[in-house]
Design a protein around this ligand. Structure first.
Ligand code: ZN
Ligand code: ZN
Length: 251
């Protein structure tokens, strides 16, 4: 939020006050940009490690199913790279155009960040549940979602192996949840983006690692493996089991 004294100084014109105002605006705009760059860097590193672990012979014994791997041509990786670029582009647009709609630069508290993050992810996951169920209608499965279900033995980056329309629709739901409950604080925005991506990576690792720190990741991976393997009409939610439990599609 722009403080009144700065605005007054800007309206009054003059050398130093205008420079102060411009510096203020530059700082205000840089905070979410710098935060998003930091989150993007951590997520990229996490993707590389998870992508390696999900196919590494060293971790083969931890795979949920080990019989065979999917065989795809190079187009799979081109599609994953293009969708990765698309998601980065959409996040850049959300930072540029979302100030005051999706997020604000005002102060916040840890409790508020937790509440906003939980609220946005719950609402997003509820909307995603219904979108995912709709994508399993025969015509939409054939035109859009069937591409993702060509994956039978998931690997960490397969969350990006989707039709661009599904990619855009999924991110639109995330932004819609922020706009409905927001604008949220900048830390909440960054935490939502981070956790949403971590969930997307973890659900596709196809790994169950024997350490309590991976408990949630293991839970996501097992449930989503069911969805890819044999229970296509179950486990539609991507983060919280509550929606599948509520609508009796939990397996
Ligand atoms: Zn599906
Ligand atoms: Zn999947």
């Amino acid at each position: 939020m722009v403080s009144r004294p700065l605005l007054l100084r800007k309206e009054a014109g003059g050398g130093e006050p205008v420079r102060d105002y411009q510096l203020f605006l530059a700082w205000k705009n840089m905070t979410p940009v710098a935060g998003m760059v930091a989150v993007g860097t951590v997520l990229t590193a996490l993707s590389v490690v998870a992508g390696w672990a999900s196919v590494a012979p060293k971790y083969r014994r931890f795979r949920i199913r080990t019989s065979v791997s999917d065989t795809f041509g190079p187009y799979k990786f081109i599609r994953i790279a293009l969708n990765g670029a698309l998601s980065v582009g959409l996040y850049v647009v959300s930072i540029i155009a979302g100030d005051g709609i999706l997020y604000h630069a005002g102060g916040t508290t840890i409790l508020r960040v937790c509440a906003e993050t939980l609220g946005v992810l719950l609402l997003y996951d509820c909307m995603y549940y219904f979108m995912h169920r709709a994508l399993h209608v025969r015509i939409l499965m054939k035109l859009i979602h069937g591409l993702h279900h060509r994956v039978r033995f998931a690997e960490a980056m397969d969350g990006l192996y989707v039709h661009p329309a599904e990619m855009i629709a999924g991110m639109a739901l995330l932004f819609a949840a922020m706009a409905i409950l927001g604008p949220v604080s900048t830390p909440s925005l960054l935490l939502v983006v981070f956790l949403h991506s971590v969930a997307n990576i973890a659900t596709h690792t196809n790994l169950v690692l024997p350490h309590p720190v991976f408990a949630i990741a293991n839970f996501w991976a097992i449930r989503h493996d069911h969805h890819h393997a044999s229970h296509r009409n179950a486990n539609f939610a991507s983060i919280f089991p509550v929606w599948d439990l509520m609508f009796r599609t939990y397996k």
